[in-house]
Write a protein that binds this ligand. Structure first.
Ligand SMILES: N[C@@H](CCC(=O)N[C@@H](CS)C(=O)NCC(=O)O)C(=O)O
Length: 244
């Protein structure tokens, strides 16, 4: 049995660390990494140079197949055609960032226990992040109009603000959860959000103080603050090839 439940009902795995396959930039891989850091779940990392042929499934189909390190690796592990993140853990091999994020939340010994009401809010934040990701990544990868980024982000952050507290984390727990991690990524990630908001980023974010504050509190949480200095944390980094 690769999993058993500990005394507090948390599922514990007796397999080696999950191996997270992702690019050398922030993107759909950073939320699962932050969630693992909060939960104290150790990961192995396989990192690929950032190469993509579009932001959405439709854009990728239109652009045609791309052969790169990550597509070759995906094919070699029986995951042909799957975008990253991919996680390999014993016999488990899955893609899709939502699945990977929730898997790490479930496995992390220190990840907070959330109620169904808190969990559905966390999932909503993941969906909101995905809506912004699709548009902002499309500006970088598929030639979308950059003016769409403040529009979608304005709409999404206005909505998310309704769920955010004046102090502390979204669910009032003493540990951040996925919703708080999404606030951090939406406000502090270089690729694609700050890069596509460009010079207007500071002025834009000033309009969403609650989201910024939750992001800042999440960044200051000790396990997150430590993770932000890890070599595999790409939250604020350009692709490796563009680093000095
Ligand atoms: N719905 C998928 C989308 C995955 C996806 O498009 N990932 C991007 C990086 S964030 C990617 O791997 N692009 C290159 C490719 O699809 O080959 C998810 O949420 O994981």
């Amino acid at each position: 049995m690769p999993f058993k439940q500990n005394a507090s009902g948390k599922w514990v795995s007796n397999m080696a660390k999950p191996n997270l396959h992702y690019f050398d930039v922030n993107g759909r891989g950073e939320v699962p990494k932050l969630v693992a850091a909060i939960g104290g779940l150790e990961l192995d990392f396989t990192e690929y140079p950032f190469v993509a042929n579009g932001a959405s499934a439709a854009d990728k189909l239109k652009a045609g197949n791309v052969e790169s390190e990550h597509t070759k690796a995906a094919t070699a592990m029986g995951m042909n055609g799957c975008g990253l993140p991919i996680v390999v853990h014993g016999d488990i091999k899955v893609n899709q960032s939502f699945a990977v994020t929730n898997y790490f939340a479930n496995l992390g010994p220190n990840y907070p226990k959330v109620t169904p009401a808190q969990r559905v809010i966390d999932d909503m934040f993941l969906g909101a992040l995905e809506d912004c990701m699709g548009v902002a990544a499309g500006v970088i990868l598929s030639g979308y109009d950059g003016a769409l980024v403040p529009k979608i982000m304005g709409k999404v952050l206005t909505h998310l603000t309704k769920y955010l507290p004046e102090d502390g984390f979204t669910h009032g727990l003493n540990t951040p959860s996925i919703a708080d991690v999404c606030c951090l990524v939406l406000t502090q990630a270089l690729i694609p959000f700050n890069a596509t908001l460009g010079e207007g980023a500071a002025e834009f974010y000033a309009g969403f103080p609650k989201v910024v504050a939750v992001g800042e509190r999440t960044a200051a949480f000790p396990a997150v603050a430590a993770w932000l200095t890890n070599e595999y944390c790409n939250l604020k980094k350009p692709p490796k090839a563009a680093r000095k």
